[in-house]
Design a protein around this ligand. Structure first.
Ligand SMILES: NC(=O)c1ccc[n+]([C@@H]2O[C@H](COP(=O)([O-])OP(=O)(O)OC[C@H]3O[C@@H](n4cnc5c(N)ncnc54)[C@H](O)[C@@H]3O)[C@@H](O)[C@H]2O)c1
Ligand SMILES: [Fe+2]
Length: 392
């Protein structure tokens, strides 16, 4: 039964402050000051650090009398080691707050650093739902991809390199204290990144909407996210300078984050994390590879909801039956991947044998994450293995 039924309660957590719009980055000093920050650790990745954006953020903080230092070592799909190094940097500088500048990886790493500054850890002990004892240091999230929506979620995903597992932690303590959602920071995204993070956003909206944990608050956010993706993703990809498409995708990303973090992700994300960990495929790309076939598999569990997704994307017409709408949805998702030049697994230097060798662990890890259990159609290990094969 969905969480919106009368006898269940939906818990909604979102950041206390969102600054949304072009140029919002200029408000980062004001937000940091409001949060009482005096010495800030700016968390970012090597590419962004080279781009100069973290330094620019440091300059804005300085104008508010706040000193800062940059920790710019976060790698895509951040690891425990990234977090430990960031924590050392935070302690060395005596920081009382953090500003994350970058994609989901930088924001997720900053969330984990903030938590470990106030909790003994280790991080693996907090894996799963609601396991973090104390709030972390205040964190301002400044996303530069559109995207994961991590700026609005109570989730962090950190890879344990010793087990090759992408650990998911979900806890209200992981919500940023504030988010600066400035689409102008996404204008530099190259086409492939725009495509992959854009399909990640769509997957957040779709999975939040079809999840067994969907509720009346997340439905609104999820459908709005899906509609924005339908109207803007292809334009943002084909015309990267298009301000209104970039703005639409940024809004979609934050709405998708709010939606899934208060509903859940489902089978696509459940399968995507082990796939990404096994073959070092970026999060958005591994979701995109799986989305069409996993949707086809899942439709029978919630056909009306999937038909609504097709209509919201603008891929069906009002006179279409539910069945026809669902067919159009699966076709549309495959076409979207083709239009956005999303590769298949077989295009990524991965052989069938490589895949077969990893199937058992990936399927087990997918089920262990808990996400597939929220899916409209709940798979067993064999069904998951089959779905991996179909993404090849
Ligand atoms: N916490 C959550 O709620 C949540 C949700 C979904 C995904 N995630 C996690 O987020 C991570 C993926 O984040 P992501 O997809 O945003 O990518 P990312 O942060 O890994 O960044 C990917 C690359 O894009 C570059 N980049 C970032 N912004 C750019 C810009 N404006 N222009 C040019 N290049 C830019 C980065 O430097 C990096 O090299 C994964 O680890 C995933 O598991 C977290
Ligand atoms: Fe995602």
């Amino acid at each position: 039964m969905r969480a919106s039924s009368a006898n269940s309660v939906a818990r909604i957590n979102i950041p206390a402050s969102l600054q949304i719009g072009g140029g919002a980055i200029s408000l980062v000093g004001m937000e940091a000051d409001r949060l009482g920050m005096k010495r800030v650790l700016i968390v970012s990745d090597p590419y962004m650090t080279k781009s100069g954006l973290p330094e620019l953020v440091g300059g804005i903080l300085n104008e508010s009398g706040i000193s800062s230092t940059v920790f710019g070592e976060v790698q895509p799909d951040p690891t425990i080691q990234n977090v430990v190094n960031g924590l050392d940097a935070l302690r060395d500088f005596g920081s009382d707050g953090l500003v994350a500048v970058g994609g989901g990886s930088s924001i997720d790493a900053a969330k984990a650093i903030s938590i470990l500054a106030m909790n003994d850890g280790p991080l693996s002990e907090y894996m799963g739902y609601d396991r973090i004892p104390f709030a972390g240091l205040p964190l301002i999230a400044v996303p530069t991809t559109a995207g994961t929506g991590s700026e609005c979620t109570k989730v962090t995903v950190i890879t344990d390199s010793s087990t090759n597992i992408k650990m998911m932690l979900l806890d209200p303590h992981l919500l940023p204290s504030a988010a600066i959602v400035d689409y102008q920071l996404t204008m530099t995204m190259p086409q492939a990144l725009t495509a992959h993070v854009g399909v990640d956003t769509l997957t957040h909206g779709m999975e939040a909407y079809v999840s067994a944990k969907a509720n009346s608050m997340t439905d609104v956010l999820a459908l709005s996210c899906i509609g924005l993706v339908g109207r803007n993703l292809l334009t943002a990809w084909a015309d990267p300078e298009n301000l209104s498409a970039r703005e639409g995708m940024m809004l979609a990303a934050s709405q998708g984050g709010m939606a899934f973090s208060n509903s859940s992700v489902c089978l696509v994300h459940g399968m995507s994390r082990p796939l990404g960990a096994a073959f070092h495929i970026a999060h958005g790309l591994s979701n995109a590879m799986l989305l069409p076939s996993v949707t086809e598999f899942s439709i029978l569990g919630a056909p009306d909801r999937y038909a609504k997704v097709a209509a919201t994307l603008g891929w069906s017409i009002p006179t279409d039956s539910v069945e026809t709408s669902c067919v159009k949805l699966v076709e549309g998702l495959s076409k979207l991947n083709a239009d956005l030049k999303v590769p298949k697994l077989s295009d990524c230097d991965i052989s069938r044998l490589d895949l077969e060798n990893q199937l058992g662990k990936m399927a087990k890890d997918a089920l262990a994450s808990g996400s597939p259990q929220n899916n409209p159609t709940v798979p067993d290990e064999m069904a998951i293995s089959d779905l991996y094969r179909r993404a090849f």
